[in-house]
Structure formats: structure tokens, C-alpha cells
Design a protein around this ligand. Structure first.
Ligand code: SAM
Length: 286
């Protein structure tokens, strides 16, 4: 197996394939030999569990995932990596690369098509320019995942693992909390990557609830409310929601009152139970 955390190997591959790292695609590849095995260990509960990877780079994490799982499917956008991966992943028969933008993949159909009835976990070192949209895409899709174990920027990790109602929470925090439990696993310093980014990172794991607190339809509605609320988080919930959802202020005030909330409450102060009740109250008024 090619040692993809060895800088000499990386330089040789880069030269041989005339590859240049794209900042725009978030191409910071892992070079710390301990990190990828740890992600695979945390992310894959047993070999029968299939793995969806997002963004292969040179395949450093893909290799470790393929050592632990019977089936790995990786979605990668940058086709320039095709000849590189043909070399670095040549000996693995249990890896399939799909050349696509993950944001354009219909996850429900894709996972069924690729994995059939197998349980599936997501493991990835996410491209940072698009971390929240990818997580939203995963959480909003009506797909049952075993877990989502991902490397993200440290600040994003803190936001993702925050409690709803705390200062660092955002729309994506609410999406995580409504779908499962999030835990911070370990931090990864910036010099664990090549090229080194300007920020440190952390690996988090989201484990979806066995019994979700809301149906997929309710989730879509509550996420509409959450996006509207956090888009203007400094305003009162009444103002943020009435402008974000194009609803009369009186309707929002009544819905908040039905959940025991004053009209001066700010959106970021609402917890997940209140968000669910508020969503019901807002939409049942229609
Ligand atoms: N897994 C490798 C590693 O850990 O070294 C690479 C991780 S790098 C941070 C992110 C990877 O995601 C890059 O290979 C990049 O080309 C790919 N990527 C960026 N945007 C993508 C998208 N929209 N869909 C799929 N892959 C994407």
C-alpha cells in the first residue's frame, strides 16, 4: 500500500501526475499517519457497514476505510485525481469512486443504488468551503445513516456540537440536534495537512437517533423556520421569522405565545423542543 502520509510519496505523485492543489476545492490532504486510522476506527462499527466518503484527495483516508469496511463508495468532484487514484487505490477491490459533486447527488437514491440493504456510515475529511451545506444535505435527506464522522474546522466543530440556545449555535447546529447526538472526538492541528490550512481542525461524530423526534416532513418545515430564524439572529424571533417566512407578525407572536414564549425572545434562545412546537404552531395557523 502506498504510504500517502509520506511527503516524498506525495511530492512524487504530484510531479508524476502534474497535479496542483486547488484551494477553491478545499484540497488540504492529511499527512498525519495517526488521523485516518482513527477516523476509520470511530466511524466504522463493523466490516459489514458500508462507507460513503466525500472527497478522496489522493486516497489517504479511502485506504484506511477500505481496510475496515467491506464496501467503500467515494464521491469526488475533481476528475484530475482519476489517474492518481488509479495508482494509489489500485490494490483495493472494495472501493468505488463516483465522479460527482456531492451536492448534486440525490442521496436517498444514490445510497440505495450503491449499497442496497447494507447499513451505511459517512466518513470524510470535508472540504471546508462547503462543510455546512454538505452536512445540511446529509441531515435533510431522508436517509438512515449509522453515523457521520467528519473532519471540519475547529470553530465549525464547536458550533456543530453546541447546544441549541447557546451563543455559538447556528442553523446547522439545530439540524444536527434534530437528527442526532453530536460529539467532539479529537482535535487535529493545521500542520497535519498538506498544504497546511490557516486554521486547526477537529473530528466530530454525529449519531442519528434511533427514533427521530420528528418526521422527515416536519424536519423540512422546522429547518425552514431555523434557517429564517438564524439568518437574522440578533433580531427578536418575531421580526426574524415574520420577515424570513413572510408571515404576519401577529401570526408569529401568537405561535410563540402558544409555546409559552414572550414576543421579546430572540430566536437563538429557543431550544429544540420549543422549535418543534413553534413550527407546528406556525404552520397549523395557515
Ligand atoms: N480525503 C482526503 C484527505 O483527507 O486527505 C482529501 C480531503 S480534502 C479536505 C477535500 C476533498 O473534497 C478534495 O479532494 C476535493 O477535491 C473534494 N471536493 C471538494 N468539493 C467537493 C464536492 N462538492 N463534491 C465532492 N468532492 C468535493
Amino acid at each position: 500500500m502506498l504510504e500517502l502520509t509520506d511527503m516524498q510519496v506525495i511530492r512524487a505523485l504530484t510531479k508524476r501526475h502534474d497535479f496542483s492543489f486547488s484551494k477553491g476545492l478545499g484540497q488540504n490532504f492529511l499527512i498525519d499517519p495517526e488521523v485516518c486510522p482513527a477516523i476509520a476506527e470511530y466511524g466504522i462499527p463493523e466490516p459489514e457497514c458500508g462507507v460513503l466518503e466525500i472527497g478522496t484527495g489522493f486516497g489517504v483516508l479511502t485506504q484506511q476505510l477500505a481496510l475496515k469496511s467491506e464496501q467503500v463508495v467515494a464521491v469526488e468532484l475533481d476528475r484530475r485525481l482519476k489517474p492518481v487514484l488509479a495508482e494509489t487505490l489500485a490494490e483495493f477491490k472494495n472501493i468505488r469512486i463516483v465522479w460527482q459533486d456531492i451536492m448534486k447527488v440525490d442521496l436517498r437514491e444514490f445510497i440505495k443504488e450503491q449499497f442496497g440493504e447494507r447499513e451505511v456510515a459517512v466518513c470524510a475529511n470535508l472540504p471546508y468551503y462547503i462543510t455546512s451545506p454538505i452536512l445540511m444535505h446529509l441531515l435533510e435527506s431522508d436517509v438512515k445513516l449509522k453515523s457521520i464522522t467528519v473532519m471540519v474546522q475547529k470553530e465549525a466543530a464547536e458550533r456543530l456540537c453546541a447546544e441549541i440556545g447557546s451563543r455559538s449555535a447556528g442553523a446547522v447546529t439545530a439540524a444536527v440536534r434534530l437528527r442526532g447526538e453530536a460529539e467532539m472526538l479529537f482535535e487535529v492541528p493545521r500542520d497535519s495537512f498538506y498544504p497546511a490550512p490557516n486554521v486547526d481542525s477537529a473530528v466530530i461524530r454525529i449519531t442519528p437517533y434511533e427514533t427521530p423526534p420528528c418526521t422527515p416532513e416536519q424536519l423540512t418545515q422546522v429547518l425552514r423556520v431555523v434557517k429564517a430564524g438564524f439568518a437574522q439572529r440578533r433580531k427578536t424571533a418575531v421580526n426574524a421569522l415574520s420577515s424570513g417566512l413572510s408571515m404576519p407578525k401577529e401570526q408569529v407572536t401568537e405561535a410563540l405565545a402558544a409555546c409559552g414564549q414572550k414576543e421579546t425572545v430572540r430566536f437563538e434562545q429557543l431550544d429544540s423542543d420549543t422549535l418543534l412546537r413553534l413550527t407546528d404552531a406556525l404552520f397549523s395557523e395557515n
